[in-house]
Design a protein around this ligand. Structure first.
Ligand SMILES: C[S@@+](CC[C@H](N)C(=O)[O-])C[C@H]1O[C@@H](n2cnc3c(N)ncnc32)[C@H](O)[C@@H]1O
Length: 282
């Protein structure tokens, strides 16, 4: 497991397991994540598995829906993230409902048919074999229970008022960089569009997929600024070998607070990205 963990935390692009990044990500989208959890239609008393739970950001949202007699188990192979999740839980009134464990999501330490719902939040993009992960997810889900996964699709990222042609060149160059020089560890920036088909391929029934446009307008919170600028930085890092010097300079100036081209404080600023939630029944 330690080796798999090391491979996951490689040095290409953003370190998706870094706590600060995961927290900024969560706080930026907390309202939309609450809506996604709402759309899972959990019932009080349900037993839920939060797979790849990281620092425990989804588990409290899930626990709110299943309390007072339900249960949420959060699993992650990073002891640091699980420690953080356990500590954060100390201050929560949900601590009798939530439990966290260090475990690999390809070997969930639970009996077959344990959970009413198993949930992956932002994990499939990093998994080389999502079908294998879904098979394990199915194993621990009760007959008639549901499996769910939420991911994103990196083809839709709008950073207005950057000139659309420049944005499209950066997005296209990023896609080319990912294809010609695949990230190690694995990262699929276009997982969102594939989840519906994956669930069907895994033999799940009543598969439904919902897309969410996550938009952020000015004034941005500090965490939203860091999250959006972090994404812009990641896109251009991968794209840079395929961009002109002018495009690179222009893009970077848009996210440099000392530049008069900086966009994140502008009144007309508009950010939008696409997230996808897929649910299937066993
Ligand atoms: C992008 S993070 C998402 C964390 C959390 N679900 C969230 O949305 O805040 C992906 C998580 O998957 C975990 N992970 C990756 N591969 C794993 C595996 N094989 N077993 C368990 N956890 C894994 C990482 O440690 C990380 O916390």
């Amino acid at each position: 497991m330690a080796e798999a963990r090391k491979a996951f935390q490689g040095d290409k692009g953003l370190n998706m397991t870094e706590i600060g990044w995961l927290l900024d990500h969560h706080l930026t989208k907390e309202q939309e994540r609450r809506q996604m959890v709402e759309d899972l239609h959990l019932q009080p008393g349900d037993v839920v598995l939060d797979i790849g739970c990281g620092p425990g950001l989804w588990a409290p949202l899930l626990a709110e829906k299943v309390k007072p007699h339900g249960r949420v188990l959060g699993l992650d192979f990073s002891p640091e993230l699980i420690d953080y999740a356990v500590e954060a839980l100390e201050n929560e009134d949900l601590k009798d409902i939530i439990e966290y464990k260090v475990a690999d999501f390809f070997a969930v330490p639970s009996e077959d048919d344990t959970f009413d719902l198993t949930f992956f939040g932002n994990c499939f993009a990093y998994v080389t074999d999502p079908l294998k992960a879904l098979t394990e997810q199915k194993r621990v889900t009760k007959e008639g229970g549901r499996v769910a996964a939420k991911d994103f699709d990196g083809a839709l990222f709008i950073f207005h008022p950057i000139e659309p042609q420049l944005s499209l060149r950066v997005l296209a160059a990023n896609a080319r960089g990912l294809k010609e020089n695949p990230p190690n560890p694995h990262f699929d920036n276009f997982m969102g569009r594939k989840m519906h088909g994956l669930f069907l391929q895994a033999g799940l029934k009543d598969v439904s997929t919902t897309s969410y446009a996550i938009q952020k307008l000015a004034p941005l919170t500090p965490e939203a600024k860091r999250y959006i600028a972090g994404n812009a930085d990641w896109y251009v890092k991968i794209a840079s070998p395929y961009l002109s010097k002018e495009d690179l300079q222009q893009w970077r100036a848009h996210f440099d607070p000392t530049s008069d081209q900086y966009i994140l404080d502008r009144e007309e600023f508009y950010f939008c990205m696409l997230e996808v939630l897929t649910i299937g029944t066993i």
